[in-house]
Design a protein around this ligand. Structure first.
Ligand code: ZN
Length: 481
């Protein structure tokens, strides 16, 4: 019955984003996370708490997603130039989780959970001056998975090193700090006082439990505990917020800077390194209307999911322009926020932009409100980048049911030709699959986050063009059918 016990975790994925987005509680009192009655509703503007990822020079979002409901995983983390030590830590954590998930669910593993899924999404907490903070939120639903886990990662540009959440507190103040936390937790339903004492007394256990701490906009410190870390597992997650007045005397030098930069972010992040020059953004333009008549010529709709990604998407745009090919990009909101300039380049070149959710969850596992949040946030980010709202969406993993259809006005788009390019990172194989399988009016599924998929495109364009195919957007194709 694990499936049912995980439902609150699934709901928390949305409510966590909500509570984080408006995290300005000023008192020391803070209860457990809102229960299943909480409605997720983070707005696109509130997503990264005042951080605009598109202003972080040289930022790359590293994504690794499957597109199969038999093995549904989606992971992402930001790689910020200068913060390589922190990037490596996130990468290592994600790769370990992904390896465990794949072994349990994908690679012949048998999981007792009906709906297995791994989703790791990122949120910027602060990217200002010499401090950088990112939270990774992991939803791991499988036999061995722990449900919802969160962790914050920190980088100190002054000392040029990564920091743990516990490093926000000065060494000499750890005892006072943990005593205050204990006072807040003691007596709450589900707290096991004896094991809480043991956890907070042992340095390794303490650092593991205190791995998610971040400041609220008014200077308070919010501490998040995963399920089972300080309470009995059925009690779920716990949150403690210490007020600014309480916590400020205990902060380390780094903690003090993070607190100030969270409350008063300066415009830009400066980790003391010169970022590589940004890859050039293609400037191709195409007329708004495509004269191709799909009733008279053979049409095909190439679709690229999970982007945009730098530099892969820019390279792809150059290939498409060479053949005057139009395509449809089903973009992921958290990547749109990082690279709106690539969406503008896609739009300029006559391509269509579709919605592929904010962070690639299986939408069939979410509530209608959470489905709306995933799609609306992404549509808002697309509109902010291009001025135009999408009309199409592609459900991650192609997973769709009546609940998902009813929750949105966007029109779903699946596919006819599956390259499985997320699994086979082999340009020649991907090109051969498309060339062998594609027929008239087909929709082809590929992913522009992988350089191997992008590298397959010239051969696809060359061969199918020679066979008389024209490359149109999904909406253009649908209008002709
Ligand atoms: Zn996808």
């Amino acid at each position: 019955m694990r499936k049912y016990s995980l439902l609150p975790s699934l709901l928390l994925l949305g409510s966590l984003a909500l509570t984080t987005a408006c995290g300005s509680s000023s008192s020391d009192s803070s209860g457990k996370q809102p229960s299943s009655s909480a409605r997720p509703g983070p707005s696109a503007a509130a997503t990264d708490r005042g951080v605009d990822p598109s202003r972080i020079k040289g930022l790359e979002i590293v994504s690794d997603n499957s597109e199969h409901s038999s093995c549904p995983y989606a992971t992402s983390y930001p790689a910020v130039p200068g913060a390589e030590a922190m990037t490596a830590e996130m990468k290592e954590d994600i790769e370990e989780r992904l390896a465990n998930f794949r072994a349990a669910v994908c690679d012949g593993g048998t999981t007792a959970v009906e709906r297995a899924e791994l989703n790791v999404s990122h949120q910027f907490l602060v990217a200002s001056g010499d401090v950088l903070g990112v939270r990774l939120t992991t939803l791991d639903v499988n036999t061995a998975g722990d449900g919802l886990m969160t962790r914050t990662y920190w980088y100190d540009g002054k000392d040029r090193d990564r920091r743990s959440a516990i490093d926000l507190i000065a060494d000499g103040s750890t005892d006072a700090f943990t005593t205050a936390l204990k006072k807040q937790l003691d007596g709450r339903e589900g707290i096991d006082a004896a094991s809480l004492d043991d956890t907070l007394a042992d340095p390794a256990a303490r650092a593991a439990a205190l791995d998610d701490m971040a400041f609220t906009a008014d200077g308070g410190l919010r501490v998040e505990f995963d399920r089972g870390e300080v309470g009995v597992p059925p009690a779920g997650r716990f949150t403690v917020t210490l007020s600014k007045a309480t916590v400020t005397p205990w902060l380390s030098d780094f903690g003090g800077r993070v607190q100030r930069r969270t409350a008063h972010p300066s415009g830009s992040l400066d980790l003391g390194v010169t970022a590589k020059p940004e890859p050039p953004v293609p400037t191709h333009t195409a007329s708004k209307d495509d004269p191709t008549d799909c009733r008279r010529v053979k049409c095909v709709a190439l679709t690229f999911d999970d982007g945009p990604a730098a530099p892969e998407t820019a390279t792809l745009l150059t290939y498409l322009a060479k053949y005057k090919a139009r395509a449809t990009f089903f973009t992921v909101g958290q990547n749109v926020a990082a690279h709106p300039e690539l969406l503008r380049a896609e739009t300029r070149a006559g391509h269509e932009i579709g919605n592929h959710s904010w962070n690639h969850p299986d939408l069939t596992g979410l509530s209608p409100a959470q489905i709306n949040s995933q799609l609306d946030r992404t549509s808002a980010a697309i509109k902010a980048a291009t001025g135009k709202e999408p009309t199409l969406f592609r459900p991650p993993y192609g997973a769709i049911n009546a609940k998902v259809r009813e929750a949105t006005r966007l029109s779903p788009v699946l596919w006819d030709v599956d390259t499985e390019d997320w699994k086979y990172r082999d340009a020649a194989k991907i090109a051969q699959t498309v060339i062998a399988k594609t027929g008239r009016n087909d929709v082809v599924l590929m992913h522009d986050i992988h350089s191997t998929s992008v590298a397959a495109v010239p051969e696809i364009l060359r061969t199918l063009t020679a066979r008389g195919y024209r490359f149109v957007t999904v909406s253009h194709l649908r209008a002709a059918l």
